[in-house]
Design a protein around this ligand. Structure first.
Ligand code: CFM
Length: 535
């Protein structure tokens, strides 16, 4: 069911005037006849029950945490460590299991006395112990809120530890309050890796032909492994993935790849841009979620390298993979087709999953990011017009210049311009809005009340989201597909992932359990009144 402006007004009506005014700028109905602008990446209104996390979560939990062979220390209270460990399912395997530290959660476990007297000594002692026990090649330290408040000097501790142990010790000033959401933490992590890690590896040229980095895939449920399987099959050399199943050694050599594939634009676009400026590596916005999207991405990649043999091999692999999945996918599509979905996720999946839903015949009628920026909605063309506010000024843009010896033009400017004409996703992200149909709802940093009201009004068949909000929909008898951790399933990328996703969705849609729940609006009237039976 579609809704209109009056419905949106009614949804917001219950809010206090200030909140209502604010939220009005974050929610609208797509209307392609006018230029629509959304407010995004601004401070959440207290009380709306946002799904966002903090800058620390975005730095430690999202970008830094998945690197398998570095020991990641959380300097702060134990809760911050626990809630950024284990729940995100960024999988990793290592040839040497002793060098895969993702099964461990390392934390200084700050107590009241540390807050009063400072936590630097405790942190330094922890580093000594970790080096002795685990012998990691490098260590990261992520700051939590109290560390910033008491002023522990992480830089000084890291520097001393580096001198003492002769390994790199990176510190991230990613205190939770550093931004309006986890997005700030992505940016902080990008800056440190760019400044201190990428480009420090020994390689000066790619270790194989058609070399690429996969940026912004965190291997949730094995997503990056499915992408890796396909691209290696075609003949690409994967230098590093940032940061799913990532190793420190590979990350250091990221500067030698010939193309950067940007899967999650929100979390890693900073590195993509900086790698282009500093080393001359072009980037391509990809989408490996959905069969058609994967095919389009693979064709774009082949076209960029422009090698006939690669183009041929790409088509061969596509044909073989499609033939392998089509019979099952077709059966599942029959179950799914004609249904509707909400897609309310983080900062990129709310867009990416619309392609996969559409392939299954499911229409995404409402979508939104928790912490996307305006460019994730409206496309990168709006970046010059985005107002910077106090929060965005917390994280300075790193100033990078072309590297004196390692900068290498991957193609001539003429060739780049020619390819750009054919491949709009080269060096650009057009955002989610152009792909949404008129009448669909877009909601940024959605709150609990809005979510509940939209479900009541639009009655989607599936609610794709999942941090805290999945239980809202469950109580309303609408199945929820968790699109952060995938509810123990996955991978959902590429060809095989599309079948796993379709299977999971079909199971949910046909599960009889949902019919046994009585949603609140079925036994409580939405409108009060009397019915005249004599008319
Ligand atoms: Fe990028 Fe992500 Fe996402 Fe994200 Fe996240 Fe995530 Fe996400 Mo949860 S990096 S923006 S901060 S694709 S953890 S793997 S699913 S909110 S849409």
């Amino acid at each position: 069911m579609t809704i209109n402006e009056k419905d949106i007004k009614a949804i917001l009506e219950k809010m206090p005037p200030k909140t209502k005014k604010n939220r009005r700028k974050h929610i609208f109905i797509k209307d392609s006849s006018t230029a629509q602008e959304i407010e995004a990446n601004t401070r959440t209104m207290p009380g709306i029950i946002s799904q966002r996390a903090c800058a620390f979560a975005g730095c430690k939990g999202v970008v830094v945490g998945p690197i398998k062979d570095m020991v990641h220390i959380v300097h702060g209270p134990i809760g911050c460590a626990f809630y950024t460990w284990g729940v995100r399912r960024s999988k990793a395997k290592s040839k040497d299991p002793a060098k895969n530290f993702l099964n461990y959660s390392f934390c200084t476990d700050m107590q009241e006395s540390d807050i009063v007297f400072g936590g630097e000594k405790k942190l330094a002692q922890m580093i000594d112990e970790l080096v002795e026990i685990f012998k990691p090649e490098a260590i990261t330290i992520c700051a939590t809120c109290p560390v910033g408040l008491i002023g522990d000097d992480l830089g000084a501790v890291a520097k001393k530890a580096e001198e003492k142990h002769s390994i790199q010790v990176l510190h991230f000033n990613c205190e939770g309050y550093k931004g309006v959401s986890q997005s700030a933490g992505h940016h902080i992590a990008n800056n440190v890796f760019m400044e201190k890690v990428i480009g420090t590896g020994p390689l000066t040229e790619a270790p194989g032909q058609y070399s690429v980095n996969l940026l912004g895939d965190y291997n949730i449920g094995g997503d990056a492994w499915e992408i890796e399987r396909i691209i290696k099959e075609i003949g690409y050399t994967l230098v590093t993935t940032m940061t799913g199943d990532c190793s420190y050694k590979d990350l250091k050599n990221a500067h030698v790849a010939d193309l950067n594939l940007v899967q999650c634009h929100r979390s890693i676009n900073y590195i993509a841009e900086m790698l282009e400026t500093k080393y001359g590596i072009p980037w391509l916005k990809t989408n490996f979620i959905g069969v058609e999207a994967t095919i389009q991405t693979l064709r774009n990649m082949a076209q960029i390298f422009g090698d006939e043999a690669l183009i041929r091999k790409t088509e061969e692999v596509i044909a073989r993979e499609v033939a392998e999945i089509s019979p099952t996918l077709e059966k599942l599509r029959k179950i799914c087709t004609g249904k509707t979905a909400f897609c309310l996720v983080g900062g990129s999946r709310a867009h990416h999953y619309q392609d996969l839903f559409a392939e299954l015949g499911i229409e995404t009628v409402a979508a939104g990011y928790e912490f996307g920026h305006r460019d994730d909605y409206e496309g990168r063309k709006v970046i010059p017009f985005i107002k910077s506010d106090a929060d965005s000024k917390n994280i300075p843009d790193l100033h990078v210049e072309s590297h004196p010896t390692q900068y290498r033009l991957r193609m001539s400017p003429e060739k780049y311009a020619e390819l750009k004409e054919k491949i709009p996703a080269l060096g650009n992200y057009a955002g989610m809005l152009p792909d949404m149909k008129d009448g669909h709802v877009i909601v940024d940093d959605y709150g609990h009340h809005e979510c509940e009201e939209l479900i009541k009004l639009m009655k989607p068949d599936i609610f794709a989201s999942g941090v805290k909000d999945k239980y809202i929909s469950h109580k309303m008898a609408v199945p929820s597909k968790q699109l952060h951790s995938y509810d123990y399933s996955g991978p959902y990328t590429g060809f095989r992932g599309a079948v796993i996703f379709a299977g999971d969705v079909a199971n949910m849609l046909t599960c009889p359990g949902w019919k046994m729940i009585t949603p609140p609006w079925k036994d409580k009237p939405l409108l009060e009144g009397t019915v005249r039976t004599d008319a």
